[in-house]
Design a protein around this ligand. Structure first.
Ligand code: TRP
Length: 443
């Protein structure tokens, strides 16, 4: 292995890659962003479109990003330079790096709230019988304590930096192997409790009774952005992770597994939040935005056996799920400066993290700013990034070399379908949605 490669490191096994990619995908996007976005967009119809997008747009895009990464062994900017030298495509990589930086700046604010809620859980702030209104006041109190918010955000960024600085093979890969299954079990427990609450059926109705008249352009655009966000697509995180995968690992099965678990966890989050929200009489808050998950959960922990422990474990594990996501965001930016600017990993990590901390302050002190940043970068920049990446693979690099890279000598089923989706369906669908948004078409 060349020295340069040793510096970059790589996953030790296919399993290591699956864990890291699933770790990147599964995070606040599933537990925090999916439920409130579904809530704001009317529920079932949004979820239906979301699922269609995961299968027909995101899965092909995930294959595409992984192929670019593994074929080149480089992070986004370098990867585009390698596959399309002397062209403007490297700016797509640059857009991705910037998008990752901007997402990290608001994502770590929400991750900071998780730390804050861990503190509340430890201090026993969630009393049995707490209602939605009281819980909602607690949330507002947290996010309006500016100093605290900034501190928690900075704390979370620091944790992320400590991991990224050590390179990607650190203990986190091993730890998440044990912790994520535990998290999954907790989520299943919460979901069972939530759907068996009295009055839960209104929430199930909201989740599953599809009303196609609710399917407006903003709803579709929301589902598009959420699907890319949840799978960490559209800015090169999966290019970067693909670059760390060995040539011998089989990608298709790994990619499908990652998409499947990510989607399953988002659905579980929906099954936890909405039945509980309606059962607790908070149905009117369904469109209430960023605070939804933080408001609902404290009202149900004490309806479970060992509620105190349950709550503490939940926030610890959610924090770790968020950490494996912030790691992937920071990793993209850090590896840009390492690979393209020749910085050391150490220097790159600290400089980028500190800059990110500065950019996070407006979001940490003002939820409207957070929401704006979330919309611009977490929705539109990712959708445009995914559009450009699918155009690149479909029309510039070519579906043949990309498919050869994905297949690694073992032809996969649906290879031709994949080529069709990445060439035509992905770009067209994204363009149609974005143009409709720009034209202000609302139905
Ligand atoms: N997918 C993560 C989540 O759902 C967030 C995330 C991590 C992300 N890396 C990303 C989103 C890259 C977009 C692009 O929580």
């Amino acid at each position: 292995m060349a020295l340069k490669e040793q510096q970059r490191g790589g996953f030790t096994s296919r399993m290591g890659f699956i864990l890291a990619a699933a770790g990147s995908a599964i995070g606040l996007g599933n537990i925090w962003r999916f439920p409130y976005t579904a809530g704001e967009n009317g529920g079932a119809a949004f979820i239906l479109v979301y699922l269609i997008f995961v299968v027909f747009l995101c899965l092909p895009a995930l294959f595409a990003e992984l192929a670019i990464g593994r074929a080149t062994g480089k992070s986004p900017v370098g990867a585009f330079k390698a596959l399309a030298p002397e062209s403007l495509w490297k700016f797509v990589g640059g857009l991705g790096v910037f998008t990752g930086f901007a997402i990290l700046a608001f994502y770590s604010v929400v991750a900071g709230w998780v730390l804050g809620y861990l503190g509340k859980a430890l201090a026993g702030h969630f009393s049995a019988g707490m209602d939605i209104a009281t819980s909602s006041e607690q949330f507002t109190a947290l996010i309006t304590s500016k100093g605290l918010s900034i501190g928690l955000t900075g704390g979370f960024l620091l944790l992320t930096a400590l991991v990224v600085r050590g390179g990607i093979q650190g203990g986190i890969e091993r730890a998440s192997k044990i912790l994520m299954p535990i998290f999954f079990v907790l989520l299943v427990g919460l979901a069972i409790r939530s759907v068996t609450l009295e009055g839960a059926s209104a929430g199930l109705y909201f989740l599953f009774a599809v009303d196609l008249s609710k399917l407006t352009i903003p709803v579709v655009a929301g589902a598009l952005g959420q699907a890319f966000f949840s799978l960490s697509l559209g800015m090169g995180a999966m290019i970067t992770y693909g670059s760390y995968v060995g040539k011998e690992a089989r990608l298709p099965g790994a990619a499908v597994a990652v998409a499947f678990f990510d989607t399953l966890i988002a659905m579980l989050a929906g099954l936890i939040i909405f039945p509980a929200l309606f059962a607790k009489g908070g149905g009117a808050q369904v469109t209430g935005g960023e605070g939804l998950v933080f408001t609902v959960l404290p009202t149900i922990f004490h309806e479970l056996p060992a509620g105190f422990l349950f709550a503490v474990a939940f926030y610890v594990l959610l924090g770790i799920a968020a950490l494996t996501s912030t790691i992937s965001l920071l990793e993209v930016v850090v590896s840009y400066f390492v690979d393209e600017q020749g910085w050391t990993r150490e220097r790159s990590t600290w400089v980028v993290s500190f800059a990110c901390f500065l950019l996070s302050i407006p979001s940490a002190t003002n939820v409207s700013f957070l929401a704006l940043q979330n919309t611009i970068f977490g929705k539109y920049a990712l959708s445009i990034g995914a559009l450009l990446i699918s155009l690149f693979v479909g029309w510039k690099w070519g579906v043949r070399p990309a498919l050869a890279e994905i297949e690694g000598g073992r032809p996969m089923p649906f290879g031709r379908l994949w080529a069709f989706l990445i060439r035509y369906v992905c770009p067209l669908a994204i363009v149609v949605v974005i143009v409709a948004v720009i034209l202000g078409i609302s139905t």
